[in-house]
Design a protein around this ligand. Structure first.
Ligand code: GLU
Length: 438
């Protein structure tokens, strides 16, 4: 008896095929990322033969997260952990809790982590996680149960040398403490290095909470200098007033800028004479959002994009700056605190209007840079001073920005493409040197 030869190999190989579960019109943020990779491919030389690696996440896990609700029912949430690339080291990237999280979004966010980590030359690959849940509707106990069950479910692929989660949208130090504890209980030993962004008392790092905002400010100062924009008296508008937006705003205002507008999920506030950052931070703490802040005028959400400003910092969610508002933006400098806030079409409009965009993959890399410091400190059980941490952060961000600026000048490309050139070259060099197994 003879077996017939399977007929699939050659016929089924289509180099640019999409993951089978995603239709071309359902790509979402992953589609944005794929376009960004296509834009960089011509600059990768012989490494471009490996570019398909960047278009396919290495590993994706979808988990069911069932929990007991306080009212006695059982609720199920969908959770994800995507490891996009581990050529340069373990996966690294945050976990977000949001009702709109999708697999396509987590795929894109994990890929942007690969690019970001390589752009600042951290010895990490890229990963990201998420749970499709609105945490604002959960009690504290329910939030803890979601966190612990999700951590247990993804426990098979995370670990201090495998993949290290961290905070992202709607997750914080307390959630990282539960994640660390859950993983450690399952392992039978305390593993502080399994997550970063932990409380200081559990092996967290000084300066981590402020690190993303500080990094946004650091590259903002460099970029402003390049285009001859003085920060003294510069008008600043910020979307998102959480961990990233509020710290960045505070540092820019300390440097002489005036914060004129802030938008968040609750509303938009404007004051041409300047919003008081500390008062607004306290107000948001107490009320959960900027809406209703007294010393300001409320604006229609869409009007936020045409506010008269010099510097604009989107620091909320992806897909905010699109063909619908890019032509109305007044800023000269746009610094992406959020991940993926600008679509490729909007990028083109901004470039044509000579608005300098400092892309997410370098602008918000400060957070993961101090996460790296935290991971190193946990491994060595030796903790650094905040001054040391901030000095090292600023040095890494400045050097990375300068290198990317030079690449952009040499190839006459945007800072986004330049960052992708630097990062993708590093990732694919590692990929090529390691070789294909088996
Ligand atoms: N969630 C942050 C980011 O998007 C930080 C990730 C980390 O520290 O691992 O960069």
């Amino acid at each position: 008896m003879s077996l017939s030869t399977p007929s699939h190999p050659a016929a089924a190989f289509t180099p640019n095929s999409l993951p089978s579960f995603l239709q071309a019109d359902q790509l979402g943020p992953w589609g944005t990322y794929l376009q960004q990779v296509d834009r960089v491919t011509p600059y990768l030389g012989t490494l471009s033969r490996w570019v398909e690696t960047l278009k396919r996440p290495k590993r994706m896990l979808i988990v069911d997260v069932p929990i007991h609700m306080d009212n006695g029912t059982v609720a199920h949430f969908e959770g994800y952990r995507v490891q996009h690339n581990t050529s340069r080291g373990p996966g690294k990237g945050g976990v977000r809790f949001h009702q709109d999280v999708t697999l396509s979004e987590v795929m894109a966010l994990s890929a942007w982590m690969s690019v970001k980590n390589a752009a600042v030359n951290l010895p990490f690959g890229g990963a990201k996680g998420g749970v499709r849940v609105n945490p604002k509707l959960l009690s504290l106990g329910e939030l803890e149960r979601v966190t612990r069950r999700y951590t247990s479910e993804i426990g098979v692929i995370i670990g201090p040398t495998k993949d290290i989660p961290a905070p992202d949208v709607n997750t914080d130090e307390r959630i990282m403490a539960w994640m660390m504890d859950t993983y450690s209980m399952n392992e039978g030993s305390t593993a502080t290095g399994v997550v970063t962004g932990k409380p200081i008392a559990l092996g967290g790092s000084l300066g981590r909470r402020e690190a993303t905002g500080r990094g946004v400010y650091t590259v903002g100062v460099e970029a402003a200098q390049k285009i001859g924009l003085s920060l003294t008296g510069a008008k600043l508008a910020v979307q998102g007033f959480g961990n990233v937006g509020s710290v960045a705003a505070q540092l820019f205002v300390q440097a002489g800028a005036t914060l004129v507008a802030v938008q968040d999920h609750s509303g938009t506030v404007f004051n041409g004479a300047g919003l008081d950052v500390a008062a607004l931070q306290a107000y948001v703490q107490a009320h959960g959002g900027v809406a209703g802040f007294a010393a300001a005028q409320a604006l229609d959400p869409d009007v936020f994009w045409e506010v008269d400003c010099d510097v604009l910092i989107p620091a909320a969610l992806e897909g905010q700056i699109t063909v619908h508002n890019a032509a109305r933006i007044q800023a000269r400098l746009l610094i992406e605190g959020a991940n993926g806030p600008t679509t490729p079409e909007a990028d083109d409009i901004l470039a044509e209007r000579q608005i300098l965009v400092v892309p997410d993959v370098i602008a918000n890399a400060g957070g993961v840079t101090v996460s790296y410091f935290e991971w190193v400190q946990d491994f060595s059980s030796f903790f650094w001073t905040e001054a040391d941490i901030n000095a090292r952060l600023v040095r890494i961000m400045r050097e990375a920005f300068e290198g990317i600026w030079e690449v952009a000048q040499t190839h006459r490309v945007s800072l986004r493409t330049a960052t992708f050139i630097v990062a993708c070259t590093r990732i694919l060099q590692a990929r090529e040197l390691r070789g294909l197994y088996p």
